[in-house]
Design a protein around this ligand. Structure first.
Ligand code: ADP
Ligand code: MG
Length: 496
């Protein structure tokens, strides 16, 4: 499970208590295991929000086909309409089922939100809140504000819960940063900003990024709401480019990851230590392993808590398979054999190492396939371009490290492949990362397929450990008979 013991995290926090002077590190260095440090990124002169324009292009996401077309044929507009209709129908069913994480009793109108925010919500075609939105929002908006530790399965709408909280608490007549959200990767920070701008488009909110290359040296952050990664945010606070004195809401998305991992944890704690005492601390994630949770309750004292049981963590609409491969080389061969299936919808292939991702991508490209690789070693412009191309559907297959294992919400992703099983820094099976990786599909009630590649006794054992921890079953698919393999996955994707 998670790699940091409660004790280690505690000593980390006491070691760091209030110390702001150490040299800071850049974030995003945790995208592979084991991994070297990311070369520091040179800040370039750019506008304060380089991603905003690109980001806007990507929204609204609901305007795009919900799930991939059921066959390999290009979808015409009628089949697109049909598949969108299907998703809406099943979504309505799920939102009416009390056992579904998407269920709610109330409507958004009953949650006490400002009408400008309701307009934003309805412009995104949200009809009813999900369970986490319905339960968390009243707690998040109560006065005096209380901290929150909120857990809900991947793809159930946690972003809206904290974005609406941030936008609700800002006094737009005051020109100071009042809400900060931190995320573990620049890709996720940019996506959250997308949601802020879409949901807040009927408010006068001013926003800024605190991610590498976004703010010019010497420039001050003049915005109500900031979305960033922890290292850059701390850098801006330390150099007095970002004034934290009026911040009312401080959010950590993917909070267990933000508090657990050495680099991100240190930076998140440093940022938090600069926040006013009265600041509301909001932690969200699909996973809170016990040792990190023990630290989270200290980080966000007296918090309202919404927790899930271990057996509730899996998203039921994701069908999980595995393929027994004979060797590392055979994994590659199987992946290539699957290529036609990868592009029915969109796919993410997760590798343990950046060089594996690059190597596979290069080999497949040389063989005439269209794939991209994404990891923390690419420069920022390249990273932004790669994820934007994938988000818009211009590219359909992404070979990535854990840098995009968390949070990324692209509804057309129907297939996730664990080319390498996810491992912790100690080399143990990483159940949390597994859940987050496969959670890149099956968003908000949609169906999805995941396939684990195992190629020896050890990787098989790693998978079985995860299977046990999640109380789920991973179904074997034969790799010898290519046709049968294709049919099985195609059928599963059709259901997706
Ligand atoms: P999480 O952070 O819980 O993994 P996200 O916040 O990324 O999930 O939301 C997953 C998807 O569900 C997004 O595409 C989002 O736009 C959509 N979504 C969120 N809330 C609702 C809602 N109430 N109704 C319909 N779609 C929603
Ligand atoms: Mg999320």
């Amino acid at each position: 499970m998670s790699q940091t013991s409660g004790k280690a995290v505690e000593s980390l926090s006491s070691r760091l208590g209030g110390i702001l002077s150490d040299a800071f590190k850049e974030e995003d260095s945790e995208d592979e295991l084991p991994g070297g440090p990311v070369p520091s990124k040179k800040p370039e002169a750019k506008s304060a929000q380089p991603a905003a324009d690109d980001a806007k292009k990507d929204t609204p996401k609901d305007a795009q086909p919900a799930a991939g077309p059921a066959s390999g044929a290009p979808a015409d507009s009628s089949s697109l309409r049909e598949s969108q209709y299907d998703v809406q129908v099943t979504l309505a069913d799920q939102q009416a089922d009390p056992n579904s994480p998407l269920y709610s009793v109330k409507s958004f109108d009953e949650l006490g939100l400002h009408e400008d925010l309701l307009k934003g919500i309805y412009s995104m075609k949200f009809t009813k809140p999900s369970k986490i939105q319905e339960r968390a929002l009243p707690l998040l908006l109560q006065n005096p504000p209380r901290n929150m530790i909120g857990q809900s399965q991947s793809g159930t709408g946690k972003t809206a819960a904290f974005v609406l909280t941030m936008l609700s608490r800002i006094d737009f007549s005051i020109d100071k940063p009042q809400a900060i959200a931190l995320a573990p990767s620049r890709e996720l920070a940019r996506q959250i900003m997308d949601v802020v701008q879409t949901m807040g488009k009927f408010t006068p909110v001013k926003t800024a990024f605190a991610i590498p290359d976004a703010i010019k040296r010497g420039e001050k952050v003049q915005a109500h709401l900031v979305v960033g990664t922890p290292g850059k945010t701390f850098d801006l606070i330390k150099t007095r480019a970002l004034d934290p004195s009026a911040v009312k809401v401080f959010v950590l998305d993917e909070a267990d990851n933000m508090l657990d991992q050495q680099g991100l944890g240190e930076q998140s704690i440093r940022v938090k230590n600069t926040m006013p005492r009265s600041c509301q601390i909001v932690l969200f994630s699909a996973t809170f392993p016990e040792n990190v949770h023990n630290f989270a309750v200290k980080f966000a004292p007296n918090a309202n808590e919404i927790r899930l049981k271990q057996e509730e963590l899996s998203v039921e609409s994701i069908r999980q398979f595995y393929m027994d491969c004979r060797s590392e080389e055979h994994k590659y061969e199987v992946l290539v054999e699957l290529y036609n299936l990868l592009t029915i919808g969109q796919s993410i292939i997760f590798c343990a190492r950046r060089d594996t991702a690059d190597r596979i991508a290069k080999r497949m490209t040389d063989e005439g396939h269209r794939v991209d690789s994404l990891h923390g070693k690419l420069d920022n412009t390249e990273r932004d371009k790669t994820i934007d191309n994938f988000r818009s559907g211009r590219s359909k297959v992404l070979i990535a490290t854990n840098v995009i294992a968390r949070g990324i919400d692209i509804q057309q992703v129907t297939l996730v492949i664990n080319y390498d099983m996810p491992l912790t820094q100690k080399g143990e099976p990483d159940t949390e990362t597994y859940l987050h990786r496969i959670g890149r599909t099956g968003r908000f009630g949609r169906r999805g397929v995941s396939i684990n590649f195992v190629h020896d006794a050890e990787s098989k054992r790693q998978m079985e450990t995860i299977e046990k921890a999640l109380h789920c079953t991973m179904v074997p698919v034969q790799t010898d008979d290519v046709e049968a393999m294709e049919t099985t996955i195609k059928d599963a994707l059709k259901a997706a």
